[in-house]
Design a binder for this molecule. Structure first.
Ligand SMILES: [Zn+2]
Length: 392
């Protein structure tokens, strides 16, 4: 087994249960002491077994929104060393905090994924994330440092420049989004560049994709392809490790996962700044405890669809409510609209009535420019506006 932390990644179930229970008890004590919301909810609840734990209340994304910005923090702000944000349901921001220990754990957990994919100190790691998922790059930069491999963080992505860096620096490991990897495959094909002329050995993608696409990227870039899976509020990357057999093993020494009514629920066992108890991720998921030949014992997750209507545009999580909010700030406010979401952007069909806009072409053309600029400015997504007489 090639592993960054074999002792913890292959922990026997009986020992794991004991470790989880001890960490849960410590977590509960910290939550009751330091987070008012949990203190009120938990009262004098004690956990002496995992069965007790399953009777504790859930935490939801709405709780995080209510607590904005720092109400979920379990430590004074001066002890929080990094703040990131992500988007919650209905498009409102969530703040995520990390202490020095949280950041160290983040790097070490992400390093488990890199080592599982075969990354060594002899590799050159190039990280290409666009702004929408750029928090991930921090986890990978720290992970590469833990392993001792030189890392090239590249942001923002410009595909021509990216190819130049890949060639000039003889990158062997590329960490990026599926969308970017597919574009790179297309660019090589269009330029008739033999992927074997690059030095790539491994490509690590920011989210799971189907086996067919994974195969195409592997052939197109002449490299092994792994996918990772994480939840920004919990840890991304770092929640799971995809092994050579394609299983997403949870790092269970840090995260206690449950599947409740088909939804992934995660408890952070070691987080200091913002520990979460039974957090409902709003993601459909199944989990299987299997004997994997890779030697890892972490329960294997199979993530499914979002349960809260979250969309993905240009790799960025977006909610329909956010799109409506942007439209509401333009002169198209209140007009019926329909969305056609693609990997790269969104097409918005807006039903216009003669009474509302009049029939002047110039007014409609100006409005289109206004809307498209608003989307770029507020959500950093490409929008294309089309006018229709009815949404049909
Ligand atoms: Zn495995």
């Amino acid at each position: 087994m090639t592993a960054f932390d074999a002792k913890n990644e292959a922990m026997r179930p009986a020992l794991l249960e004991q470790v989880q229970l001890e960490r849960l008890q410590a977590l509960l004590a910290r939550l009751k002491r330091n987070v008012r919301r949990y203190r009120e909810q938990l009262g004098d609840a004690q956990v002496t077994s995992l069965d007790d734990f399953r009777r504790l209340p859930f935490t939801t994304p709405a709780d995080l929104i209510d607590a904005f910005p720092y109400g979920m923090f379990a430590l004074p702000l001066r002890e929080v060393k990094r703040l990131h944000s992500t988007v919650g349901p209905d498009g409102r921001p969530l703040v995520l905090g990390y202490t020095t220990n949280d950041l160290r754990h983040w790097g070490r957990l992400a390093a488990r994924q890199l080592v599982s994919a075969g990354v060594t100190p002899n590799d050159v790691v190039q990280i290409c994330f666009e702004s929408g998922v750029f928090e991930q790059s921090f986890g990978y930069v720290t992970a590469a440092e833990q392993i001792g491999a030189p890392v090239i963080p590249e942001d923002p992505v410009h595909i021509e420049y990216q190819l130049e860096v890949l060639r000039n620096y003889r990158t062997t490991v590329l960490i990026t989004t599926p969308t970017n990897a597919i574009e790179l495959v297309a660019l090589l094909a269009a330029r008739r560049i033999d992927p074997q002329s690059l030095h790539l050995r491994n490509v690590l993608l920011s989210r799971p994709i189907d086996a067919r696409l994974k195969g195409e990227i592997g052939v197109g870039l002449f490299a092994g392809v792994r996918c990772t899976f994480g939840i920004p509020e919990i840890m991304d990357p770092g929640l799971c490790v995809e092994c050579e057999y394609g299983h997403l093993h949870t790092n269970e020494d840090h995260f206690l996962v449950e599947i409740d009514n088909g939804e992934l629920v995660v408890t952070t066992l070691c987080r200091e700044a913002m520990p979460l108890l039974r957090y409902r991720t709003r993601l459909a998921c199944s989990a299987e405890r299997l004997e994997c030949a890779c030697g890892r014992t972490g329960i294997a997750l199979r993530p499914g669809a979002r349960l809260d209507g979250q969309l993905r545009i240009n790799e960025m999580p977006v909610y329909e409510a956010q799109i409506a909010q942007v439209l509401a700030k333009t002169r198209a406010a209140g007009q019926p609209f329909r969305l056609d979401i693609s990997e790269r952007g969104v097409v918005i069909d807006i039903a216009v009535s003669r009474e509302f806009f009049g029939d002047q072409m110039r007014i409609l053309a100006n409005l289109r420019t206004e809307i498209e600029a608003e989307f770029m400015a507020r959500l950093a997504i490409q929008a294309k506006v089309r006018y229709v007489s009815a949404l049909g």
